[in-house]
Design a protein around this ligand. Structure first.
Ligand code: GTP
Ligand code: MN
Ligand code: MN
Length: 612
């Protein structure tokens, strides 16, 4: 048995409860070595990864890594929320009893870190001294060095985050064991992976993956699932898969903050990194606070809804990132940023990376290029069109590297929220933007958020894969209770945020082109929303919310065909009426759904019937 005390003493980790926790799990997983990690260890660990081959150089101060080929995305089927109370069972949280899961994971993890190092990573999922910091401290134990380096980018790490806790035992216990990736039966009936959050014990046990979305426990499991459960349990806050931005009008000096959720791979990171359109860049500025998680609470003295990003970095989708779509993201991976690429295409001779959409055509000279599995592109059969990079390949960089990071992103206070937006991927029906003043209707709108099934085979044509508030993969407790908590929290807010639903993905039914150019142009509907909030425009009232009139939308410098403009600023009532039927089925699955939500549903249904 490794000498735990010696390792902990050397690191200055004094919190007794943390020390006990490390000892407990070291006895189970049986590592050969223990190392406590702080920010100062970054360069050394990178060097070790380069020597071991876990990383390869991808230009100056940039690194390439590859995860096991069957381990490249979050697994929703294998993700479980366990508690001691069956009332916490929801439709989406795969609820299991806590005792059963703790026993199972303990057995799976036993002896699995033999020959390896157990890294002890004390972390904080909030700016220091934030209102919610007491729910933000955790300690991840992991046996993967690349996971450590990713976590060091995505969260604030170091013993100082646990040594000075007011209550020594008040931290999330997050255990990650990689397991024997080649023998876990990923995706088969005999799948041995388990990603469990024991929410009412504030414990996270993940076994069988070293991919970021499953292994960075501070980020998804704590920042979203555990945070959501704690926020509800204490009635204090919401933890949501939302981006968070600031918009400044330099002409008037006004500043707004918008938060909101789009399902995974629907544009949060791109929106948070948005540059204003060329014609508007002198007047407006967009500041990045967060691109994936926001924690929201009510400031007791002002009655304002406040928000902050618990993360310290960006774990962004690489695909289609280029100078045109997202120059900000490209700069966040400039030489010297110590960015980590995962599962992109790699060329060891050039020490360079590529992904679909990085350039219009892949590199012409195939020499040295390897696809995301490490297979030489030059050896491919003629006609093989499979992507070079994995579609879910990612880049991991710290917030400090993001060119439009807000000056105050790391400050304790957080920012006041002016609007909450929801957006999915919908090819028809959803206009560019529709604003909702009524809180219950706004929450109802979030609960019925969805993205189109990617393949028709996945569902009925025109029917969404519902993703309430974009939290479906992160739901920690029952959806009805969640809606209740959301409404109760907002009831305490004095200056209510304006809700809105946005859609950048409407398509022309004839030729399938996106009718809205998206990306930087998305600032335009958001500016309209802020003007609506300030009473400077009135919009056009419809059954499903207020939509901009053509002259209210600032279209300076944008040449949009009239037919496209008409399409994104209109409501297809028969399609909406069909949708209301789907929504009713969706909402009917949830226990204890608040009556206010049903009332909102009936109001919208009636308004649609009157409009038809
Ligand atoms: P997660 O990080 O998985 O939660 O996803 P995300 O919501 O951050 O999505 P992201 O911003 O990475 O965008 C996903 C994909 O949508 C990328 O391939 C983008 O290029 C594309 N995308 C983002 N914004 C727009 C837009 O305004 N229009 C169009 N057409 N595509 C967009
Ligand atoms: Mn996400
Ligand atoms: Mn993202």
């Amino acid at each position: 048995m490794v000498d735990v005390d010696a390792a902990l003493d050397a690191s200055g980790l004094t919190n007794e409860a943390v020390r006990e926790y490390v000892k407990h799990w070291a006895q189970i997983t049986q590592p050969d070595r223990i190392e406590v990690i702080g920010a100062e260890d970054d360069d050394r660990l990178i060097q070790e990864c380069l020597e071991s081959g876990e990383f390869q150089p991808a230009g100056e101060g940039r690194y390439y890594s590859r995860s096991y080929s069957k381990d490249t995305a979050r697994s929703e089927e294998r993700t479980i929320v366990a508690t001691n109370d069956e009332k916490d069972k929801g439709v989406y949280n795969n609820w299991r009893p806590a005792s059963e899961m703790k026993e199972k994971l303990t057995e799976l993890m036993r002896g699995q870190s033999k020959g390896k190092t157990m890294y002890v990573l004390p972390y904080l999922m909030s700016p220091r001294k934030n209102e919610l910091s007491q729910w933000a401290a955790g300690v991840e134990l992991t046996d993967s060095r690349p996971v450590v380096l990713h976590m060091m980018r995505m969260s604030r790490v170091g013993v100082e985050h646990v040594n000075d806790l007011p209550q020594q035992g008040n931290f999330v216990r997050a255990v990650h064991v990689t397991g024997d990736l080649e023998n876990l039966g990923q995706g088969t009936p005999d799948d041995k992976r388990y990603f469990v959050t024991v929410a009412d014990e504030r414990m996270i046990l993940h076994f069988g993956s070293s991919y970021g979305g499953n292994a960075l426990l501070g980020k998804i499991a704590h920042g979203l699932r555990q945070g959501a459960y704690d926020g509800w349990d204490t009635k204090k806050f919401l933890a949501e898969q939302y981006m968070l931005i600031g918009i400044t009008d330099k002409e008037t000096g006004k500043r707004y903050h918008i938060t909101g959720g789009f399902p995974s791979a629907s544009g949060k990171t791109n929106l948070a990194m948005m540059l204003p359109p060329d014609a508007m860049g002198d007047r407006y500025q967009v500041d990045f606070y967060g691109d994936d998680i926001a924690w929201l609470w009510v400031d007791e003295s002002t009655g304002k809804l406040m928000g902050m990003n618990p993360e310290f970095g960006v774990f962004g989708v690489a695909k289609d990132t280029n100078e045109k779509t997202n120059p900000t993201a490209l700069h966040s991976m400039d030489p010297g940023t110590k960015v980590i690429f995962t599962n992109v295409a790699y060329n060891p001779k050039l020490e360079d990376v590529w992904w679909e959409g990085r350039t219009p055509e892949p590199p012409a000279d195939l020499d040295g290029w390897l696809d995301w599995k490490g297979e030489p592109i030059a050896d491919r059969e003629p006609g093989d069109t499979s992507p070079w990079a994995h579609p879910n390949s990612r880049f991991t960089t710290t917030l400090a590297n993001v060119p439009n990071a807000a000056e105050d992103f790391d400050e304790a206070a957080g920012v006041p929220i002016d609007a909450i937006i929801f957006g999915g991927r919908t090819r028809d029906r959803e206009p560019l933007i529709r604003a909702i003043h009524d809180v219950a209707e706004g929450v109802y709108d979030g609960l019925t958020l969805g993205a189109e099934a990617t393949f028709a085979a996945e569902g009925v044509e025109g029917q969404l894969r519902y993703d309430p508030m974009s939290n479906r993969p992160f739901m920690a407790y029952g959806e009805g209770d969640y809606a209740r908590h959301y409404l109760d929290l907002l009831a305490q807010v004095k200056d209510k945020p304006l809700f809105a639903h946005v859609n950048w993905f409407q398509k022309d039914p004839e030729d399938g082109h996106y009718v809205w150019p998206g990306f930087r142009e998305n600032l335009r509907p958001l500016l309209w929303l802020m003007r609506l909030k300030d009473g400077e425009v009135t919009g056009r009232k419809t059954a499903v919310g207020i939509i901009p009139t053509e002259d209210e939308l600032d279209l300076e410098g944008l040449d949009l065909p009239q037919a496209d403009l008409d399409r994104i600023l209109s409501i297809d009532v028969p399609r909406w009426q069909q949708e209301m039927g789907f929504r009713e089925e969706h909402l009917n699955q949830f226990d204890r759904l608040p009556e206010e939500i049903w009332e909102a549903h009936r109001r919208v249904t009636k308004a649609l019937d009157e409009q038809s």
